[in-house]
Design a protein around this ligand. Structure first.
Ligand SMILES: Cc1ncc(COP(=O)(O)O)c(C=O)c1O
Length: 377
C-alpha cells in the first residue's frame, strides 16, 4: 500500500467543495500555488538567473501573470498555438522552446513576430532554410536559440563542431539573431535517486558552460544560456554560465515529483476532486475520474495512476471514466463520498480540463479557464 498523504482539506471541507463542484474537477490550492511561484523566484534570485517559466504546465495566462508579477522575465511555451494564446492575453516576451517547420505554422510565426518579442528554437540548418522566405524581409531579425542535447536524446546538437557550424550558419543570416542556447535535461525523470538528479543537473549546467565557451572562442557571443526542468534546476542553475532557468511543473508538482524526491506532499497544489461511484469489494474503491481525468502518464515511474489524499491507497487501474483504487478494507469511503487525488503528471492532466477551480483558505472557489488547453499545434 502507498504511504498516506495528508489532505489539504478536512473531510467536512471536501464535502463543502463537492457540494459546489461537479466532479471530476481540477482544483488548485491557491496558497500552495503562490508559495511555489515565490519559491522558484527565490531560487532564481539566489542563483543570479532570470526565470522564464514554461507555461505548457498550466496553459493559463492568469497563472503566467502571477509568475511575471513575482519577477519572471518572459515566458516559455512548447507550441506556436500556445504562444498565440499568450500573445492574445497580452504577453510580449515569448520563447517557443521548440522547432517550427510546418508551412502553415511558419506564416503564423511571422505574423506573431510582428506583434511580440519572439524567440524560437533551432537545431538543424534545414530549419533556417524553411524560416528564410518568411523572415528575410522582416523589419527586425528573428531571435533564435540553438538547442543543445544535454542527455535527453530528443532534439538538440552536441556542444562540439556541430554547434559551432550551426551557430556560424545562423550568424551569416542578417535576418536571424543568435540570442542564446537552451537545453532541457528531461532524462532526470528516469533517475533512480536524488543523487542521480543532482548529478544530471550539474552536468546540464557544465555542458552549457562548455557550449558557451566553445562559441566564445570563435568570437560568437550570446546573451542567454537557458536550462531547466523542475527536478534539475536547483543544481543546473548553480553553474555560473547559466543565466536563465525554465522550469514548468514546479507551480503544481505531482506524484512523479514526489517519487523523484523533488517535492514534498505539502508542496503539491493541483488535485483532481472525484466522487466515489462504487465500492464493489472491501479493498476496491471506484471513482468517477478515469484516464480522461487523471491521464496514464507517469505510471512507469510511480507504480500507480495517482494517489488519494487523506486515506491510504493508490489508483491501481484506469479505464476512461473509472479510476480503480486499492484501499485498506477498513477504508470508510462509500459511494457518493468525495475524494481528492494527486495526479501522476500535472502537465498532462491540465490539458484534459476546460478550467481550474482555484480554492482559497476560506474555501471560496474561483473558476479559471485553461485557455491554452488543447493547443497542441
Ligand atoms: C524544452 C523544455 N523546457 C523546459 C521544460 C520544463 O520542465 P519541467 O516540466 O520539468 O519543469 C520542458 C518540459 O518538458 C521542456 O520540454
Amino acid at each position: 500500500m502507498a504511504a498516506f498523504l495528508p489532505a489539504p482539506f478536512t473531510a467536512q471541507q471536501l464535502r463543502a467543495l463537492q457540494a459546489q463542484l461537479d466532479t471530476p474537477a481540477l482544483l488548485i490550492v491557491q496558497e500552495r500555488l503562490q508559495k511555489n511561484i515565490l519559491a522558484m523566484q527565490a531560487l532564481a534570485k539566489g542563483s543570479h538567473t532570470s526565470l522564464r517559466p514554461h507555461t505548457k504546465t498550466h496553459k493559463s495566462p492568469q497563472i503566467a501573470r502571477w509568475q511575471l508579477e513575482a519577477g519572471a522575465q518572459g515566458i516559455t511555451v512548447a507550441k506556436l498555438s500556445e504562444a498565440e494564446v499568450m500573445a492574445q492575453a497580452g504577453f510580449t516576451n515569448i520563447f517557443i522552446a521548440n522547432q517550427i517547420t510546418h508551412p502553415l505554422k511558419l506564416k503564423r510565426l511571422r505574423s506573431l513576430h510582428e506583434k511580440v518579442t519572439l524567440i524560437v528554437g533551432l537545431d538543424h540548418p534545414r530549419q533556417i532554410a524553411l524560416l528564410r522566405p518568411h523572415f528575410e524581409n522582416a523589419s527586425r531579425p528573428l531571435n533564435v536559440r540553438i538547442e543543445i542535447d544535454s542527455g535527453l536524446q530528443r532534439c538538440g546538437v552536441p556542444p562540439d563542431q556541430t554547434l559551432l557550424r550551426l551557430a556560424q550558419t545562423v550568424m551569416r543570416h542578417k535576418w536571424l539573431n543568435l540570442e542564446g542556447i537552451f537545453t532541457h535535461a528531461g532524462q532526470a525523470y528516469a533517475a533512480q535517486s536524488r543523487e542521480e538528479i543532482e548529478q544530471i543537473g550539474h552536468e546540464e549546467g557544465a555542458l552549457m558552460a562548455k557550449a558557451r565557451a566553445l562559441l566564445a572562442r570563435e568570437g560568437i557571443t550570446i546573451q542567454t544560456v537557458s536550462v531547466g526542468s523542475t527536478p534539475t534546476v536547483p543544481f543546473s542553475a548553480q553553474n555560473n554560465a547559466v543565466n536563465e532557468i525554465r522550469p514548468g511543473n514546479y507551480v503544481f508538482y505531482d506524484a512523479m515529483q514526489l517519487a523523484l524526491g523533488a517535492a514534498g506532499a505539502e508542496d503539491c497544489s493541483l488535485f483532481v476532486l472525484a466522487t466515489v461511484t462504487s465500492r464493489p469489494r472491501a479493498e476496491r474503491l471506484v471513482v468517477d475520474a478515469g484516464s480522461k481525468a487523471l491521464h496514464t502518464d507517469g505510471a512507469a515511474l510511480t507504480g500507480h495512476f495517482g494517489l488519494p489524499l487523506g486515506i491510504e491507497g493508490r489508483v491501481v487501474r484506469l479505464s476512461e471514466e473509472h479510476g480503480i483504487l486499492q484501499v485498506p478494507t477498513d477504508c470508510p469511503l462509500q459511494p457518493g463520498d468525495p475524494l481528492l487525488l494527486l495526479p501522476n503528471h500535472a502537465c498532462a492532466v491540465v490539458n484534459l480540463f476546460d478550467a481550474y477551480y482555484l480554492v482559497d483558505s476560506s474555501l471560496q472557489t474561483e473558476y479559471l479557464p485553461i485557455e491554452g488547453r488543447g493547443k497542441s499545434q
